[in-house]
Write a protein that binds this ligand. Sequence first.
Ligand code: B0W
Length: 835
Amino acid sequence: MAAETEKTVGIGDIELLQTPSLPMTADAMLEDFTHYFGRMLGRQTIRTKSPFLYQAVVYAARDRLMERWAQTRKVTQVEDTRRVAYLSLEFLMGRLLRNALLNLGIVDATAEALERLGLDLEDVYDREQDAGLGNGGLGRLAACFLDSCATLSLPVIGYGIRYHYGMFHQRIDNGYQVEEPDSWLREGFPWEIERIEYARTVRFGGRSAVYTDANGKTRHAWVDTQDVLAIPFDVPIPGYRNDIVNTLRLWSASATDEFDLEEFNAGSYAEAVASQNAAENITMVLYPNATTENGQELRLRQQYFLASASLQDQLRNWIERHGENFSRYAEKNCFQLNDTHPAIAVAELMRLLIDDHQLSWDEAWAITRSTMAYTNHTLLPEALEMWPVEMFRRLLPRILDIIYEINARFIVEISQHWPGDNDRIQRMSLIREGSEPMIRMAYLAIVGSFSVNGVAKLHSRLLREGLFRDFAEMWPEKFNNKTNGVTQRRWLAACNSGLASLITERIGDGWTTDLSKLERLREFADDAAFCKAWRSVKLENKLRLAHDLEARTGIKVNAGTLFDVQVKRIHEYKRQLLNMLHAVHLYELIRLGDGDIVAPRTIIIGGKAAPGYVMAKNIIKCINNVARVINTDPAVEDKLQLIFYPDYNVSAMEIICPAADLSAQISTAGKEASGTGNMKFMMNGAVTIGTLDGANVEIREAVGEENFFLFGLTVEEIAELRGNYNPQSYIDDDPGFSRVIALLESGHFNRFEPGVFDAVLQAIREPADAWMTAADFRSFVDAQEAAEIAYNDVERWTRMSILNTAASGRFSTDRTMRDYNEDIWRLEPITQSQK
Ligand code: B0W
């Protein structure tokens, strides 16, 4: 027997990992850099364009993370602390080096080490590719959450997918979006550690079988399956100067060793390898959907793959410490579902506990219902996930059994709550009946969890009163709000070092971990010297963006103009079209000479359209056409420019948000659940022009109405108007608006390209236009005029800018994470004394 016993020798107690021991000095960084560059990567000559300089710097920094990481893991294991697993199909991490050095406190040491070699740390930062494992706000939010949890010493592990191809790159060709693959792993990803020892098997296909076990109990098994191996790759998530390093665990799919052994043995080597590819396809590519079409089978495979691998990993870890005793499992664990994308975890946890660990239905359900928590991120009906029952039957037959059983029991609950109310049963059922029965994933998430939250006050209210009303009536205590935030470490300290230093000079650096301290800046809003310094930082940032814009588009912009910025995914509800209409309106005013443009303006619009979203791609083309004409018309030179910023991503935002004067947050009221770009802009001193939508409402509340340019219909007004909306009347009654539409129709922006504007013009004129663009045109133009006048008054604008930054304290994800922790997670921070 001795030969079968594995020897385990913990290195947790040996000196290396007991306390962080590597020096954080320039000397030590230089020595380690040299070691990695020369000995590990085997290079002699440093070429700044090759990836090796960057990689060697990462390895030197990663060593410092490694010892803190081991320690954090050890404490949470030994202390058996309650923990959260954040399940998300997206983690839009962007670049990691700058933040890792900042959080470790070795920016200066690293810069000095490189300087001694005649190298510039900024160039090294620039060599890093974005980890673009997400679409937009939802994915970036997950990344900000990880930074804040590590900083607050909360034991939270992120679980996601290691897509081979992340968010596509966008090229603009004759004004059209062209997608190019993002092969971000081609040069390797030096942050990750492959943990093959924790690989898990995930099953697909086959059938659900019933059998009687040795004790005469009826049991279920999932048999004849096609198995896929899930291999975890861990990425370190350092807290800000607190020696905590949490984990982001990303799963990669691989064929099991037994992959189609039969075919292999029959000599069909190529076929066997092909089935290996089929397995690996699961994690090949991120779906670039973001609130549009759904329903692809591969996407369901991704969702189940993530849910199953992550839950198995958590159960493995539990069993290592507690054996098969699950009595305290719910007390020690919580799973936060980032939208419905991982909601299948509800059924998968049931399956694992019942089939693999022999718990009864009731025991398993009690655990599931007290460990799962669900965050909703959108009210848009087209983004509400539903999967065909038939697809489940084919891919996940045992999971379908369980969902049916959950539903049957849930329907009993409904009838007890509302006896005889069959309408309600139909409305609330997890299955939408019809010619193609569908599984409503949001309902599965609500029924299977103890907490349901929206992402801004308005959004959470609309969830309770509208979309999830029946459920909120049944379980009012489940529903809560958690207003989003962003991490100030990335979105102020790292991306805007000029402003960060100026702020720290005046109020100290406490804001990096307590953003409410920014309130103290209010005192300086009338301090002339401070205001002047504030303006000069903004100008520097605008020059940096101007430089970047020229490099990307060849267009020179004047940093002395008002930078009016809208960057986000392109979607009709976000109304980039309204922005374009305003640009045309200004253009028309200047050309006719009948409007006073008091402040010259540069309008910057950026964002990607889902490749299959025809209207969004159309909008990009239209904006680019308008931009080309405006930017080459000498009549408006120096007064107006319109730039489409290509390939917008996280790193781009790090240059864009510090440089913005005006932040355009102009969605149709009730459609943008929260927005988080709005918070990044505010934090960096931009003033918002926006509707009463998402977190704009709270931004305006925080900064005061006099420091916010409000326009547009409210949610209630939009609802009232629906049904008798007549867009043409807004155009006809407004000569300015009529001129804009006439100019767009005239072919002025699409000579030799007939029809380019037809679809968008028709959409604006459509009485069924869900986004009611025409209704908000005039009030948008008026608010823009007010903004322009304010901008022209330098002192007034500087004050508004400072007050926006000062009021941005509550939009830190540190606050958001504290809120989640107090109401949902109830975690104890990992304390220094525990270490
Ligand atoms: C993202 C992806 C997909 C998909 O791939 O199918 C579907 C929906 C989303 C999504 N993204 N749903 N909501 C969001 C955005 O989430 C952020 C973070 O909470 C909010 O600030 C935005 O308002 C919301 O649109």
